[in-house]
Design a protein around this ligand. Structure first.
Ligand SMILES: [Zn+2]
Length: 425
């Protein structure tokens, strides 16, 4: 729920000085987007300036709300602390109150996110913290939360009951929270791994799970550079030590999020090699690999069919004595080359068409919605009213609608893409 357009390019802070999972360094990667302006006590400020940070520090202590000035009456925001920095975030369920041209605008009534609020996702605007309930374990001594939606399934990484986030739903949440689900023409050519990784860490930096800051459990590879190979490896090993076995306490798990380069046979079992992590694969035993291939057959096929896109993996893992990462659970998510998630080939064609036509839109993660629920691929946010975009794939009568609203714009994929709703220019 951060304002993506709000991140300036601080001079002299190159993208490779990216934050680590612990937030020890916390520089904004250079992406050249204009900085957003908010109001505190009627005075305008920009959060990423020194003045903005000092104003936010004072306001945070007094639980004051900055206002987004995108409408005449203003829209209240809240302040969250990530490491030593403050950021301004959209209040839950206020996405529609922003102007459609504001980066904080979200047509929340069209998304599945609202179903998580209060249960799987609890936002406390006073502390700026979001508490997540996870449906998978982060410690070897802990049992995974029971799945009450049906009989046990092979891969618990996907199904949960909506009151807890599955591993895949956590990835959806971080994508949603960091506004990586949103696209506007000004982002073309600016999304690269350094920015994506930084946004994911920042989103994790305001969340807690199982009593601990999520940032202590997330590992997102830093952009790889050959001349910093040893430094990066040392930092990674230090982070991974948290998931090593120690006498007298339960072994902890870390959550890895990275872009898959290959999945192939290893000396024992299989391994996932990640981009930006050439020296440290994630090992999968045969049973987990079999489940992964079966459960994520469609995602793997989408990835194989699209050489320009990215396949994201999220995995819980423990670290072995020799420093190897051994997965316990894995989920996959294909994205377009702009890092926009999709789940079928027609959805990808539609998203790429929107990018080519310079449209502003948001993709809509399923979170915990079952696959049998019809769900828009995206919502156009550059129209006078938000316009949801649906696909009609097959057997529409068997599908359950997310709401009783008419579907609106729908592409019956047996025919050509109909003309899109016109943008307000
Ligand atoms: Zn706004």
């Amino acid at each position: 729920m951060t304002n993506l357009d709000a991140r300036p390019a601080p001079a002299g802070k190159p993208a490779h000085l990216d934050s680590t999972a612990t937030g020890e360094t916390d520089h904004t990667p250079a992406h050249g987007l204009p900085s957003a302006t908010y109001l505190l006590a009627g005075a305008p400020f920009q959060p990423d300036t020194d003045l903005g940070q000092s104003l936010l520090d004072k306001a945070y202590g007094k639980h004051e709300r900055p206002q987004c000035p995108c409408t005449p009456q203003g829209v209240p925001m809240y302040i969250a602390k990530v490491g030593v920095r403050y950021i301004v975030k959209r209040m839950p369920e206020t996405g529609l109150a922003h102007s459609p041209s504001c980066a904080s605008y979200v047509p929340e009534h069209l998304t599945a996110f609202g179903q998580l609020l209060g249960d799987a996702v609890r936002v406390d605007p006073d502390s700026g913290q979001t508490v997540l309930r996870l449906g998978f374990r982060l410690s070897v001594g802990e049992r995974a939360a029971p799945d009450v939606t049906g009989p046990p399934v092979a891969a618990e990484s996907v199904r949960t009951n909506g009151k807890r986030l599955s591993l895949r739903a956590l990835l959806d949440f971080l994508w949603h929270e960091s506004d990586l689900v949103a696209w506007s023409p000004g982002m073309a050519g600016r999304r690269h791994w350094g920015l994506v990784a930084w946004l994911l860490r920042q989103a994790a930096g305001t969340a807690r799970a199982k009593g601990h800051p999520l940032s202590e459990r997330i590992f997102v590879p830093e952009p790889f550079r050959l001349d910093r190979k040893a430094e990066l490896a040392a930092r990674r090993l230090n982070t991974w030590q948290r998931a090593a076995a120690r006498p007298g306490r339960a072994q902890q798990l870390l959550v890895m999020i990275g872009e898959v380069k290959t999945i192939e046979a290893a000396r024992y079992g299989h391994k996932i090699a990640f981009k930006h992590l050439p020296d440290a694969p994630l090992f999968l035993d045969e049973d987990l690999h079999r489940k992964l291939v079966r459960r994520f057959a469609q995602e793997l096929d989408l990835w194989a069919a699209d050489e320009g896109g990215h396949l994201m993996a999220i995995a819980t893992f423990v670290t072995g004595r020799g420093g190897s990462a051994n997965a316990e659970e894995v989920a996959l998510m294909p994205t377009t080359s702009q890092w926009l998630p999709y789940d079928d080939p027609y959805g990808k064609v539609l998203l790429e068409s929107l990018v080519d036509q310079h449209r502003r839109f948001r993709t809509l993660p399923r979170f915990t919605l079952p696959a049998s629920t019809t769900h828009p691929v995206a919502v156009l946010t550059d129209c006078a009213e938000p316009q949801s975009l649906h696909l009609r794939l097959e057997h529409p009568s068997q599908l359950e609608l997310i709401s009783n609203d008419a579907l609106g714009w729908t592409w019956d994929v047996s025919g050509p893409i109909p003309p899109l709703p016109q943008p307000v220019r």
